[in-house]
Structure formats: C-alpha cells, structure tokens
Design a binder for this molecule. Structure first.
Ligand code: TYD
Ligand code: MG
Length: 452
C-alpha cells in the first residue's frame, strides 16, 4: 500500500496545510504547524468490501429518551430537561470560571439521586477534589473519584465500572498512546474526544467532557470537539462578577440558546431562579444612559440593564468600547442613529455595557441600546419604570420581535409599568402595562427626547 502523504495541522485552529510553514495562514499563529499522520487515507485504502449495515425506517415507534434529573433545576433546563443516557456533552469555558465546581456539584447531586457517577480529574489530585467537595458540603456524596490522564486506562476503567455518568475534567489533559503529540494539541484532543464519544454511544454511558477556552477564542480543543458531541454548553461570566451563565449552544436533545444562571458563592455555585430580579437588583438611581431591555434567553424572559456613556473624545478616532454585546451591532446602531435620526456620534467616545456580566445576543436589544445611547448623549434619563425591545433595521424602522407577551409579563411582574415596542407587535389582551408602539427609531427618539 502506498504511504499516504503527510498532513500538516495547525495546533491552534486545526487548519490543514499541504506543507510546513512558520505561520498559519488561517489564524495567524506562529510556530503552531506540526506534521501528523493522517487517520485514514481515504476511499482508495478500502480494498476489501465492508459488511452491510442494518437499516430501519422513520416510522418505527420509539419512546423518547428517558432523562435523569440532576436535582439542579438550572442545569436540567439547559440540558433540555435532564441528562440523556449515552449522550456526550461538552462543557467549555475560561479557566477558573467554575467548570470543575459546577460538575462536581452536578456529580454529587446525581450520585445522591442514585445515579452511578464517576469523576475523572486530569488536573487535580483526588485529595484536592475531595477537599473542594468538603468545602462545598458534598463530602458524603457517593461519587467515585479518579485522577488519570491516560485515556486507554480511563476507558478500561469505565468499561469495568459501567457508571451511568462519567465526567472527564479536562479534555486538554487527556492523551492516547497511539497519537504522537502532546496532550492539549489538536490531534490529541480530537482523537481523545472521538474515543470518548464512541465509547458513550457503544456502552450507554453519558459522558461530560470539560474543555478550556482561551480568552482570544483561540481554542485548542472545544471548537474541534463541538461537532462530535450531542450537546455543547458554555459556562460564561465576566471576571469580577459573581454571576455565571451556562448556555446551551448546541443540543440534539433540547432547545439551544437555553441558559441557566448561577452565582459563585463561598460555598460553590448557587442557582439563581429569577435572574431578572438579580440583574436589576443593584440598579443605580435613574441616570441618563441607562435602559432596561426585556429580553428572551432560550425559553425564559430575562430583563437586563443596558448602560451607555458618551463623552467628547480627545482622540482622532473616537473610542467604541462594548462589554456584553456585539461591537458590530453597536456600529450599525450608531450609523442608523446618525443617518435616519440626525444624531451624530462623531468626535464622541462611546462606552456600552450590559450590567451584571450578562451577554446579550438578541437583535431585539437594538432599541434599548439606541435608547441608552441617545439618553446618554442628550443627558435625559429614561423613566425608571420603562422597558424597551425591538429590532432596528437599516432603514431605521422598528421590526417586531418574538414572544412580546412573555417579555411584557416578566416586566410587569418586576414592577415595570410602561413599555416601548415596535408597531405590529403582538401585545396580548392584558399586558399589565402601558405599551407604546413605535413605527421607527426617529419617531421614538423624537417623542422620547425631543431630538432628531
Ligand atoms: P474551578 O471550578 O476550579 O474552575 P475551572 O474548573 O473552570 O477552571 O473554579 C475556580 C474558581 O472558583 C476559583 O477561582 C475559586 C472559585 N470558587 C469559589 O469562589 N467558591 C467555591 O466554593 C469554589 C469551589 C471555587
Ligand atoms: Mg477545573
């Protein structure tokens, strides 16, 4: 058989190159390209015939996958109603964000509920994990602990123990002896994840894989694992904030975009079942530049405060600083305000922030962002009992968004008494508040601030 040609893979982004180079064209990383032996050299290598596989049809009745509740509601919600047996779940996040803490709490909770649970740590010694468990008040939970990085040994152990759930913390520390590169490299991470996922499906073990993500979003790990697993959860939060958000970005067994909200306390992660109240609880006195956005995260309405600060810029190119929102979206909204409402931001520094360390990705936040910006620029405060939502199109028109009723209901529950929404929004019978419907941004700005 002809020797297959070598493959050069970037260890940072996973891009494949035909020859070695000092710098990866795809991600710009230096010295990250290494030679790898290809796993398979394609169909040509298939000399002999395979066996026929058994085929079924779509009509066969099958019970929906039974789910096991973790006993932690916020986690169950993100999983789509509980843990599905034989599923592979990736939990990604920045180092130190609390992944190990969350999963140890989850393991203890599952184990206390009678689920056989194995926690394999490749980063910490059993004594360290035990110490943390004691600190979390989980010292008595029947979780089997292991400290190992050799995946072959781990799979052998899993095969012998047959737990219902195994947690592998983290994929970056795991290595397979038949792959010739360091743990944490793309080749090792990909091969290890593949072994784990295959094992999960074959033996009916649910496997949770922990993966670290670096700040630049350059991930030697989770990104190459994402397509292999059934569910991808990201654990996020701003440093210095105690809120942590577990977000489902992919879920084969439930809705994506669902979030679970936690608070990091001295005794581990505590659930936050009413996030709106928490995100708004430490709201300052009504000040210019603050607007409350009635958003939807997954299936749940969440109210967040959008804060803006606008100040004359000493720089030739004014600053645009955004935390918790997409910066491209800010540029668009600034351009629409200038072109359609005659409110220029040239020569002004703009700072935009979502309070509480929350990340907002819904286009429905546009109106609240615009309101916060204009309010900061005109130095006019928005009434403190008002929520806003609506998508802004490039023409300056306001477009209706989904789930208007649940947004209004949540706002009303939290004591808000007026709302601004796009015209043609499906406002229900009794919204519980005064809803002003606006056709476009210029009309809103004119009425609210007398500007434009
Ligand atoms: P950890 O779960 O080790 O993070 P990861 O596995 O994602 O790297 O969490 C580490 C941080 O959490 C650490 O900085 C301390 C903090 N922490 C608390 O504030 N309270 C606690 O009860 C625990 C266990 C950790
Ligand atoms: Mg950890």
């Amino acid at each position: 058989m002809a020797k297959s040609s070598p493959v050069f893979t970037c260890q940072t982004c996973g891009a494949v190159h035909r020859k070695w180079a000092g710098r990866c064209d795809a991600c710009g990383a230096w010295n990250s390209i290494t030679e790898e032996t290809p796993l398979s050299s394609g169909p040509k290598a298939l000399g002999s015939k395979g066996r026929t596989i058994a085929l079924t049809d779509l009509a066969t009745e099958e019970a929906p996958p039974p789910r096991t509740s973790s006993g932690i509601d916020e986690l169950d919600r993100v999983l789509g109603g509980g843990l599905v047996p034989a599923s592979a779940i990736l939990v990604g996040g920045d180092p130190g964000i609390g992944k190990s803490t969350l999963l140890l709490q989850a393991a203890a909770s599952f184990a206390n509920g009678g689920v056989k649970c194995l926690y394999i740590s490749g980063e910490e010694a059993p004594a360290q994990v035990r110490m943390r468990a004691q600190r979390l008040g989980l010292g008595q939970a029947p979780v089997a602990l292991g400290a190992e990085t050799n995946l072959r040994d781990i799979l052998t152990t899993l095969d012998a123990e047959r737990p219902a759930l195994a947690i592998i913390d983290s994929i970056q520390t795991m290595w397979l002896d038949n792959v010739e590169s360091a743990p944490g490299s793309v080749a090792q991470v990909r091969a290890s994840a593949h072994e784990l996922v295959t094992f999960a499906k074959r033996r009916g073990v649910a496997i949770v894989i922990v993966g670290h993500v670096t700040k630049e979003g350059q991930i030697a790990g989770p990104r190459v694992v994402e397509h292999m697993v059934d569910t991808v959860l990201y654990f996020e939060g701003e440093r210095g904030h105690q809120f942590r958000i577990l977000r489902a970005v992919k879920n084969r067994f439930g809705p994506a975009d669902e979030i679970g909200v936690f608070e990091m306390t001295g005794g581990g992660l505590a659930q936050v079942s009413n996030p709106s109240a928490l995100f708004l609880s430490d709201r300052d006195q009504p000040a210019p530049g603050s607007a409350v956005f009635a958003g939807i995260e997954g299936t749940r309405p969440v109210l967040t405060e959008i804060q803006a600060l606008v100040a004359p810029s000493p720089l030739g190119t004014p600053r645009r600083t955004v935390v918790g929102l997409d910066s491209g979206r800010l540029s668009t909204i600034l351009a629409v305000l200038e072109a359609r409402c005659g409110i220029p931001f040239a020569g002004l520094d703009v700072f935009l922030n979502v309070a509480g360390g929350m990340r907002v990705s819904e286009p429905a936040a546009d109106l609240a962002v615009a309101a916060a910006l204009v309010s900061a620029r005109e130095d006019v405060a928005i009434p403190p009992d008002m929520v806003l939502f609506g998508e802004i199109s490039l023409s300056g028109a306001l477009r209706p968004v989904t789930q208007t009723e649940s947004r209004l209901k949540e706002a009303s529950k939290l004591g808000f008494s007026q709302a601004v929404a796009p015209t043609r929004s499906k406002v229900g019978q009794d919204a519980g508040m005064r809803v002003r419907q606006m056709p476009d941004l210029a009309a809103f700005v004119g009425e609210m601030f007398g500007a434009g």
